[in-house]
Design a protein around this ligand. Structure first.
Ligand code: ADP
Length: 260
C-alpha cells in the first residue's frame, strides 16, 4: 500500500464534508421515517371503514336477496363508511398539500372582520348555531394568503362545533404590534396533559369520542402548518369540561391600517 500524505487542512475539510454528508443522510432518514409514519397512520385510519364495508358487502352477497332487514342495514353502513373514507382521504390530501406547498405566497391585506363574518355566516347555516363575532369596533387588516386563512378559521370553527353544543365566540383584537383572533367554545374542553399534543398529526384526545364525531386527528396539524406557512402564531388554552380557546396571533408588518 502506498500512503498518501494528508495535511491538517485536508483532514479538516474531509471531516467537514463527512459531517455534512452525515447531517444530510440524517435529514433524509428523518424525512423518510416521517413519511413512512404518515402512510402507516393513514392506512390504519382507512382500514376500519374498509373492513366494515367489505364485511357488509360479503354479507349482502350471501343474504341480501332474502333478508330485507340486512339490506337496509348494509346499505346504510356502506354509505356511511364510504363517506368517512372520502372525508379521511380529503384530509390526507389537504395535509400533504399544506406540507408541500408554500401558501406564504399570494399574501394580501384583507379586512379580518369581513373575512371572518363571511366564513361564519356560511358555517352558521350548516351548524344551525350562532357564531358571535366581537371586534370591539376595530377593523384590522391581516396580511395573509386568504384561502389558507379561511381554511384555518374553518378548522377552529369546525372543532368548536364538534366538541361543544352552545354558541361559539370569535374575538378579534388589535394591539400596537399584533392582531389576535380567538375562537372560543364552551364544550367538553381538553385535559391539561393533552393540550401540548393536539397539534400533532393523528393525535386525538379520546379516540372513541372522536370516532363518534367523525374526526381524523389531522385538522389541527393542518392548521399548525397553515399558520407556520403564513407566519401566524397558533395556540390553545382549555379547561377540561368547560371549553377551549384557539388563538391566532399575527404580527403587524407595517402600517396595516393604511393598507387596503
Ligand atoms: P379531529 O379531526 O379528531 O378533531 P384535530 O387535529 O382537529 O382532529 O384535533 C385533535 C384533537 O384535539 C381532537 O381529536 C379532539 O380530541 C381535540 N380537540 C380539538 N379541538 C377541540 C375543541 N374545540 N374542544 C375539545 N377538544 C378539541
Amino acid at each position: 500500500y502506498k500512503t498518501i500524505p494528508v495535511n491538517k487542512s485536508d483532514t479538516l475539510e474531509l471531516k467537514m464534508l463527512t459531517d455534512s454528508y452525515n447531517d444530510m443522510m440524517m435529514t433524509l432518514k428523518a424525512h423518510d421515517d416521517n413519511q413512512q409514519a404518515f402512510i402507516m397512520n393513514a392506512s390504519h385510519e382507512l382500514k376500519t371503514p374498509l373492513t366494515v364495508i367489505s364485511s357488509y358487502a360479503s354479507m349482502l352477497e350471501r343474504f341480501g336477496k332474502t333478508r330485507e332487514d340486512l339490506l337496509d342495514e348494509g346499505i346504510t353502513a356502506i354509505s356511511e363508511e364510504t363517506a368517512r373514507m372520502k372525508y379521511l382521504t380529503e384530509q390526507f390530501l389537504s395535509f400533504t398539500k399544506v406540507t408541500h406547498s408554500d401558501t406564504n405566497q399570494d399574501k394580501e391585506y384583507v379586512p379580518a372582520v369581513k373575512l371572518i363574518e363571511s366564513v361564519a355566516s356560511r358555517l352558521e347555516k350548516v351548524f344551525k348555531r350562532n357564531i358571535n363575532i366581537d371586534s370591539g369596533g376595530k377593523n384590522p387588516y391581516v396580511y395573509v394568503n386568504p384561502p389558507a386563512f379561511e381554511q384555518l378559521l374553518r378548522i377552529f370553527l369546525d372543532n368548536a362545533y364538534k366538541y361543544s353544543s352552545d354558541d361559539i365566540d370569535v374575538n378579534i383584537d388589535e394591539t400596537d404590534k399584533s392582531i389576535i383572533i380567538a375562537v372560543t367554545d364552551y364544550g367538553i374542553g381538553i385535559p391539561k396533559e393533552d393540550l401540548n399534543e393536539i397539534f400533532t398529526r393523528f393525535y386525538r384526545v379520546d379516540k372513541a369520542r372522536t370516532r363518534k364525531t367523525g374526526g381524523s386527528g389531522l385538522g389541527l396539524s393542518i392548521a399548525k402548518q397553515l399558520a407556520e406557512n403564513n407566519d401566524i402564531e397558533i395556540s390553545a388554552e382549555s379547561i377540561f369540561t368547560e371549553g377551549s380557546t384557539f388563538t391566532l396571533t399575527m404580527k403587524k408588518e407595517t402600517d396595516n391600517d393604511e393598507a387596503e
